[in-house]
Design a protein around this ligand. Structure first.
Ligand code: K1U
Ligand code: ZN
Length: 186
């Protein structure tokens, strides 16, 4: 396994639409292992392959609480086949937009079809954090970021901050009004 570098805003690769996986082989399972290692080290609760610069439709996730055993989940070629009419709001963060958290409203439940680690077709009905995280990660496979779901004013402020930091080669300092995530797992 290997730790991979996570792309940070405004890296243009984060806007790429990822390609479907053609075959679930050894090389793909190595990528999956690397995604898990990188996600756990960050730490994060989800990671899409494009966030480490690989434009393939693969996402990893683990929503286990701190005191629970790990619950690694992998979704290959995930596709939303149904969305609830009801919506819910959750404070989201993104490993590619460090130190920035904002409330995002999305469908409260989704059905997702995908391939598992063995390349077997699966389907899952998700609610709560799983539904939010799946939508956030599937957005990544389509080059969409959670800041695309917030106001233009806030998005422009975030983009400005991250572009300035990238130019200077500095890490981004938290924005004055940024809060810590309120949804700490565990
Ligand atoms: O896709 C990513 O960048 C990962 C992101 C996933 C996500 C978080 C919140 C809502 C939707 C999707 C993260 O993991 S950000 C870090 C985070 O939320 C967290 C990290 C450690 C403990 C608890 C939460
Ligand atoms: Zn993200």
């Amino acid at each position: 396994m290997a730790l991979r570098d996570i792309l940070i805003l405004p890296d243009k690769r984060l806007r790429l639409k990822s390609e479907p996986v053609k075959t679930v082989d050894r090389a793909l399972r190595k990528l999956i292992d690397d995604l898990f290692e990188t996600m756990y080290a960050a730490p994060g609760i989800g990671l899409a392959a494009i966030q480490v610069g690989v434009p393939q439709r693969v996402i990893t996730m683990d929503l286990a609480k701190k005191d629970e055993p790990r619950q690694p989940q992998v979704f290959i070629n995930p596709e939303i086949t149904w969305k609830a009419d009801e919506h819910s709001t959750y404070e989201e963060g993104c490993l590619s937009i460090p130190e920035y958290y904002e409330e995002v409203t999305r469908p409260a439940a989704v059905r997702v079809k995908y391939l598992d680690r063995d390349g077997k077709p699966q389907e899952i009905d998700a609610t709560g954090l799983l539904a939010t995280c799946l939508q956030h990660e599937i957005d990544h496979t389509n080059g969409v970021l959670f800041i695309d779901h917030i106001s233009k004013l806030k998005r422009d402020m975030v983009m400005k901050k991250f572009k300035k930091a990238a130019k200077k080669g500095e890490p981004v300092k938290p924005l004055a009004e940024d809060k810590e995530p309120s949804h700490h797992i565990g």
